[in-house]
Design a protein around this ligand. Structure first.
Ligand code: GLU
Length: 504
């Protein structure tokens, strides 16, 4: 690895909300920066104004904040290399494009959209699959390589629209070492003369990206695999400017859980899981759901994402952000696509929920409730129910009877368990229960066991029905804990109500 200070950037285009693949790219950049005491930067690449979607930049910043992986340089964050939004740097790029013209790495092209369309059509008619503006075709098009110098000057002086294109060298192998993929070799004959500067006065992604990575002293470019085909052009651009190229690391794609394609924004709501970190509402009012709004903890989401394409080299799966920083390395990022697993994602959430302190969960819960409950009550609800929950809301759904008397009684349990003699047995147990003076879970359990013993009854004949009377459900955490939590008076009251309501 180079000895330069580590400076990495996440460079999203504000063309829509940040998909979880984008969050993973940001995360790996964050982890890499922290691991090497470097700087994590965010740069907004908005040179393609036609694809601009309002609200995206704010969405991205909010999402990164929710994930706890905020950059330290970027729009609104400060830093010495700003502005960090490319449209605000607009005037910076043209001299660089002209520098490439001057050193013959690029050229002016005056072909109009109609002219190019015509050439494309002709190529198609001749059976050519796809036409490219390249080392061969440029020799018969209207550009500063084919037109006489005075004609070029005349066109430029007359303000004729033009673009600046990369002059791809003929038949050269471009080599670079990718931190994840190893050596990559691409022959320039397979590359076209990409537009670097557009007729609207804006640079394209390629030019702006290289100029900014250079000016912002980026040491490592860590980005999605979809940019790998652009990397040879980028390497050539660094060479043409006489700049040292950063190191590259192209991350594997995130794949759909079903099939092999790339995970797309439509997959989530189709397959019932979120694809976005937080909810995104389109201008048309269509809502794409987010992990945050689905009740995921950011720590669980981030932990899951970290392992989607990277592995620690052992079986450890639960990592705090600090542990991820410690363990992360680009060498352990895989080359092949990572298949998203919605069930595993839930498992991460469940694991994080269970590992969270009852009193912390209680505080989170009280923020979601409209009624106010005593902190102790909520803490106990969390203690009793968190093993049965994946999301915070499950605690309330599963444990509703801990806060309110049951309003119905599970019919399946009644059908299966409530027999002829059940009422009589439970009434006897009821008398025993009422007689317990120190109403602790332990004492209730002891009394219950000796009751069963004295009657020669099995647990299955009494406990489910007892649960039914107190909670209305057929399953749940320890009944003795539940009773101790509710208190004797409440249990007595609930049993009395239950006897009146369960008829068979
Ligand atoms: N603006 C590009 C994107 O939207 C960034 C590619 C890169 O990181 O170089 O993903």
């Amino acid at each position: 690895m180079s000895q330069k200070p580590v400076r990495v950037r996440f460079a999203p285009s504000p063309t829509g909300p940040l998909h979880m693949g984008g969050v993973r790219t940001a995360l790996y950049n964050y982890l890499f920066a922290k691991k090497h005491n470097g700087t994590f930067i965010i740069r907004i690449e908005d040179t393609d104004q036609t694809r601009f979607v309002p609200g995206t930049q704010q969405y991205i910043m909010d999402a990164l904040e929710w994930c706890g992986i905020m950059p330290t340089e970027g729009p609104g964050l400060g830093g010495e290399y700003g502005p960090y939004v490319q449209s605000e740097r607009k005037d910076m790029y043209k001299p660089y494009a002209e520098q490439l013209i001057a050193n013959e790495s690029a050229y002016y092209a005056f072909d109009t959209a109609e002219e190019l369309e015509k050439v494309r059509e002709q190529a198609k008619a001749m059976g050519m699959a796809s036409w490219q503006y390249n080392v061969v075709t440029r020799t018969s098009l209207r550009n500063s390589l084919t037109l006489p110098a005075d004609e070029v000057k005349r066109l430029l002086d007359a303000g004729e629209p033009y673009v600046i294109r990369m002059k791809m060298p003929r038949n050269r192998d471009i080599r670079f070492e990718d931190n994840i993929r190893g050596w990559v070799v691409v022959n320039t004959n397979n590359l076209d003369d990409k537009v670097l500067f557009k007729s609207d006065g804006m640079p394209t992604y390629h030019l702006a990206n290289i100029v900014d990575d250079h000016l912002m002293k980026i040491s490592h470019v860590i980005r999605g695999e979809e940019w790998l085909p652009s990397a040879p052009l980028h390497v050539l651009l660094y060479e043409a400017f006489g700049w040292e190229a950063p190191e590259f690391a192209h991350l594997p794609l995130l794949l759909k859980p079903d099939g092999n394609g790339k995970l797309s924004k439509r997959d989530g709501d189709r397959l019932g899981f979120p694809v976005f970190p937080t909810n995104w509402t389109t201008a048309e009012g269509e809502v794409y759901s987010g992990y945050r709004e689905n009740g995921y903890f950011p720590e669980a989401f981030v932990n899951m994402l970290a392992l989607l394409g990277w592995n620690p080299g052992n079986n450890k799966e639960i990592f705090s952000l600090e542990e991820l920083v410690e363990a992360f390395s680009l060498e352990r990022v895989s080359k092949s696509g990572a298949k998203f697993d919605a069930e595993k994602t839930k498992w991460f959430q469940q694991t994080y929920l269970r590992a969270t302190d009852d009193s912390v969960l209680a505080d989170m819960l009280s923020q979601e409730l409209t009624e106010t409950y005593d902190k102790d009550v909520l803490t106990n609800v969390c203690r009793l129910m968190k093993e049965r929950a994946t999301f915070l809301k499950d605690i309330l759904i599963e444990g509703a009877y801990l806060l309110n008397k049951p309003t119905s009684y599970d019919q399946q349990t009644i059908d299966k368990k409530w027999k002829e003699d059940t009422s009589a047995i439970l009434k006897e147990w009821f008398t025993q229960l009422e007689a317990i003076s120190d109403f602790t879970a332990e004492n209730i359990e002891t009394a219950f066991k000796s009751f069963l013993e004295s009657k020669g009854l099995g647990i299955g004949a009494v406990l489910p029905n007892f649960r039914l009377l107190i909670t209305g459900t057929g399953m749940g955490p320890s009944m003795f804990e539940i009773c101790a939590f509710l208190g004797k008076a409440e249990c007595v009251e609930r049993m009395n109500i239950g006897f009146g309501k369960i008829n068979k």
